[in-house]
Design a binder for this molecule. Structure first.
Ligand code: AMP
Ligand code: GLY
Length: 421
């Protein structure tokens, strides 16, 4: 089978690594890929937001299956274009990807199926939004409606912060489209965890839980980032809570999407807030989390391809994930300065001496090759990932790898997994 993966971050490196282990995979192309991905797959230059270009590429390269990594091509309808060309594709249609692309849409779906989530209201007018904030008081959460590359959410501890957030959103700080409307939500206290399920339009198959660390500094301090590390499973997401989330949030959502004629096919990533033994929905994403995917793939290995294919072809009913009772943890190494300004191009040494096996893997998130060496080419640069019988063992292995990487231009958090350890 010839497989095309769209994307070029740590998530796509982990997907490529798992897919490549499956004997069904004959040829693997990743577009655009990165320097780490290039070690195990072909990388191709391709405009992954252009459905027609992707379809043309698939025909030219005799591709049999397409896996879409990030949300932007999904929201742009790339999965629709590939499916219309008759190829199986892993990733939802643009209509179903609205579960991530519009916060107001997700809230409407929750209301329609009575899924527990934060109380909310939507506004196209800043004055009305501000009146609502003044009436509700802080803490309160202000969100730009559309995709804002992980930004566009202001968790306001004071009324002043919320009012300033509304001004920023309507001023277009997070993009003109994301700033057309604002969603204002009740602040939910609790512990966050992520629940990943595959959906083929009807059947829902849980494939794992994870927790990430959004703040840049040890002890969850400093500014927000795209995620500085993650581990799986998430102990706070107990079997009982997972069952409640499936029964009250995820299965009703999938049924509601099917009822509307826009069935959800792909991985559904539910961000949950857990308090008093109950989960409420924070948000949906229509793709794997990054870096959560890295720990899920480390635990799933080659079967990930079979599951993604079954998902794309509507064959999830009766399937199961074969889990080892193990743990995986990933440490993000970022360029000094991230998430603020950071330099590109610093040399990373020592990677070639590290083990790469079913327990240890350094996934590349933002690297490039220069004169035979690896250099940093992004903010989040490496995802140093390990597996173990316990979370502590996975952590020790991951930091063991970190300590052998010679990269003065980068840093990482030293406390990934602390909540669960
Ligand atoms: P989102 O992009 O919607 O996931 O929001 C980003 C982050 O903001 C989440 O991961 C939460 O940490 C936080 N957040 C979003 N909505 C709420 C809420 N209603 N209550 C508390 N925290 C929230
Ligand atoms: N790590 C969070 C995300 O992928 O959205």
């Amino acid at each position: 089978m010839n497989i095309l993966i769209l994307g070029g971050g740590g998530r796509e490196h982990a997907l490529a690594w798992a897919v490549k282990q499956n004997p069904k995979c004959d040829r693997l192309i990743v577009a655009p890929g990165n320097a780490g991905i290039a070690a195990l797959a072909e990388c191709a230059a391709l405009d992954i937001l252009d459905g027609a270009a992707v379809v043309e590429f698939c025909a030219a390269e005799a591709i049999d299956f397409v896996i879409v990594g990030p949300e932007a091509p999904l929201a742009a309808g790339v999965a629709d274009a590939v499916a219309a060309a008759g190829l199986p594709v892993f990733g939802p249609s643009a209509a179903a990807a609205r579960l991530e692309a519009s916060k107001a849409f997700t809230k409407e779906i929750c209301d329609a199926c009575a899924a527990p989530t934060a109380r909310w209201a939507r506004f196209a007018d800043p004055a009305a939004a501000k009146d609502y904030v003044r009436a509700e008081g802080a803490p309160i959460v202000v969100k730009a409606d559309g995709l804002a590359a992980g930004k566009g959410v202001i968790v306001a501890m004071t009324e002043a912060e919320a009012l300033a957030g509304i001004d920023m959103i309507f001023a277009g700080t997070f993009g003109a489209e994301a700033g057309a409307e604002v969603v204002i939500e009740e602040f939910m206290a609790g512990e966050e965890a992520s629940f990943f399920v595959l959906c083929d339009g009807e059947t829902v198959l849980p494939i794992g839980t994870a927790q990430d660390h959004k703040r840049v500094g040890d002890g969850d301090t400093g500014p927000n980032t795209g995620g500085m590390g993650a581990y799986s499973p998430a102990p706070v997401l107990s079997d009982a809570i997972a069952e409640q989330a499936l029964a009250q949030i995820i299965r009703p959502t999938v049924a509601e999407m099917a009822r509307r004629g826009t069935p959800y096919r792909g991985v559904l990533y539910a961000g949950l807030m857990i308090a008093d033994g109950q989960a409420r929905l924070v948000e949906y994403n229509c793709r794997f989390g990054d870096p959560e995917c890295q720990v899920l793939m480390m635990r799933m290995g080659a079967q990930a391809l079979d599951l993604m294919q079954a998902c794309a072809e509507g064959r999830l009913a009766g399937l199961q994930v074969n889990w080892a009772q193990d743990h995986a943890l990933t440490v993000v190494m970022a360029a000094n300065g991230y998430p603020g300004d950071y330099a590109r191009g610093s040399q990373i040494r020592g990677l070639e001496e590290l083990p790469e096996d079913s327990r240890h893997m350094v996934f590349h998130a933002g690297t490039a090759e220069r004169e035979g060496g690896i250099v940093a080419a992004g903010g989040r640069v490496l995802n140093v990932t390990a597996r173990g019988a316990t979370l502590a063992e996975a952590r020790d292995r991951a930091y063991g790898l970190v300590d052998r990487i010679d990269w003065p231009g980068g840093f990482c958090r030293r406390d990934i997994g602390w909540r669960a350890l």
